[in-house]
Design a binder for this molecule. Structure first.
Ligand code: 3PG
Length: 206
């Protein structure tokens, strides 16, 4: 069974993607795969996101296509129907926690109480969001003491300069971020440069 932890182990970087068209999403997915990243978090922030998830999941069956910015039960069901293999949310609500036998959900947390609420609902893998603002590396180190078995994907303000520091932490399995898929390059359709940034980012983590 696919779990959130397994999703987090596909790649050290989960690219947070916002696309304006299905065509754009396919070219972006191709650029990322060429660069060495075969997991995609396509956020529900644009009107084509559901179609993009469906198309990318279909065209890249060996990659792991998921949905981001999943805020409620209706969106969760829709992304699952479109073929998303995981869902990421900036937070956690009772209506999202109902989906325990569906695709894995990586819910967002920012505080100890939210981690405890998540644990009580059956989650032990979280997105830390917005990571840099809620304490970054130091917060994750501090959470490691009381929450020994909890793992995180810090997201929000992660970039080439700090990704390695996050990934060096025992309780961090991967990081999420948009820095390897800059919207400017997507607008310019400079997918070659996205491949290059992706390769560079992975190399820098070694
Ligand atoms: C997210 O939704 O996960 C964040 O907006 C991504 O944050 P970043 O753009 O700072 O990487």
């Amino acid at each position: 069974m696919l779990t959130a932890r397994k999703v987090m182990q596909v790649s050290p970087i989960i690219p947070v993607i916002s696309v304006q068209s299905v065509e754009e999403s396919l070219r972006l997915a191709e650029a990322l795969v060429l660069g060495g990243v075969s997991i995609f978090e396509i956020t529900l922030r644009t009107s084509c996101a559901l179609d993009a998830i469906k198309a990318v999941a279909h065209e890249f069956p060996e990659a792991m296509t998921g949905a981001g910015t999943v805020l409620n039960a209706d969106q969760f069901k829709r992304v699952e129907d479109m073929g998303a293999r995981f869902a990421i949310s900036p937070g956690l609500t009772d209506e999202l926690a109902v989906f325990q036998n569906s695709i894995p959900l990586l819910p967002g947390v920012a505080t100890a109480s939210e981690i405890m609420q998540g644990l009580s609902l059956g989650y032990d893998a979280f997105k830390l969001f917005p990571a840099n603002i809620v304490g970054g590396v130091e917060a994750l180190k501090a959470f490691g003491a009381p929450f020994k078995d909890v793992v995180f994907c810090p997201t929000g303000g992660v970039n080439a300069a700090n990704a390695k520091e996050y990934l060096a932490l025992e309780n961090v399995l991967c990081v999420g971020g948009s820095w390897i898929v800059p919207s400017k390059l997507i607008q310019e359709q400079n997918f070659k440069e996205i491949t290059r940034i992706t390769q560079e980012a992975l190399l820098a983590l070694q």
